[in-house]
Design a protein. Structure first.
Length: 195
């Protein structure tokens, strides 16, 4: 698909449900490397040099490439929700250990309903939780996502004491084209959330 077609489709989106459908149909999981190579989930070299190659895509990048990991997709979602006057919060979770580990991180977006005081967890990048999930409060959203994250971490045989090292951060917009290190430094210096 030409990027103009994707941009035109994006510009026609009027509701969160339409955004989710658009992303589900048009945005694949992966990332854009500094070398301008697109890495698709499942590629042999997908994880090989992610830390050194990854750059945080801008909205325009994602609409051009049709690719993004949870960091990128959260930023595309941030753009759409802010362009459409929603109150949002973006959240980052990770196991923060003093040593290298294989545990995945995750970023996601929550938005406040316009017609009531409830909050929704908006998810496209996490295949197992894709959808719009309604809750009565922002804290309930984060508790739900934290429980899902812990379930997922158990598939990596995480130790119980390592589960106690999960950090939850509420973060603002990072710089476009941040490296993996710059992105992680930025979100980890953001507001701690205690659950």
């Amino acid at each position: 698909m030409l990027d103009k077609e994707l941009i035109n489709k994006y510009n026609l989106i009027k509701t969160p449900e339409e955004l989710l459908e658009f992303m589900d149909n048009n945005i694949n999981y992966g990332y854009l490397g500094k070398n301008n190579k697109i890495y698709y989930f499942g590629d042999v070299d997908f994880d090989k040099d992610w830390y050194n190659e990854y750059i945080l895509e801008s909205k325009e990048d994602i609409l051009r490439t049709g690719i993004g990991n949870c960091f990128d997709q959260t930023e595309l979602e941030r753009c759409w929700f802010l362009e459409n006057d929603y109150e949002i919060k973006t959240v980052f979770v990770m196991v923060n250990l003093d040593y290298e580990n294989i545990y995945p991180t995750h970023a996601f977006l929550c938005y406040k309903n316009k017609d009531n005081n409830g909050w929704n967890y908006f998810e496209n990048a996490d295949f197992d939780n894709r959808g719009i999930h309604p809750f009565t409060s922002f804290n309930e959203v984060v508790k739900y996502q934290l429980s899902k994250y812990k379930e997922f971490l158990k598939t990596f045989n995480i130790k119980e004491e390592e589960l106690d090292k999960i950090v939850i951060k509420v973060f603002s917009k990072p710089n476009e084209h941040s490296s993996a290190r710059e992105y992680l430094d930025f979100v980890l210096s953001s507001i701690d959330m205690d659950i």
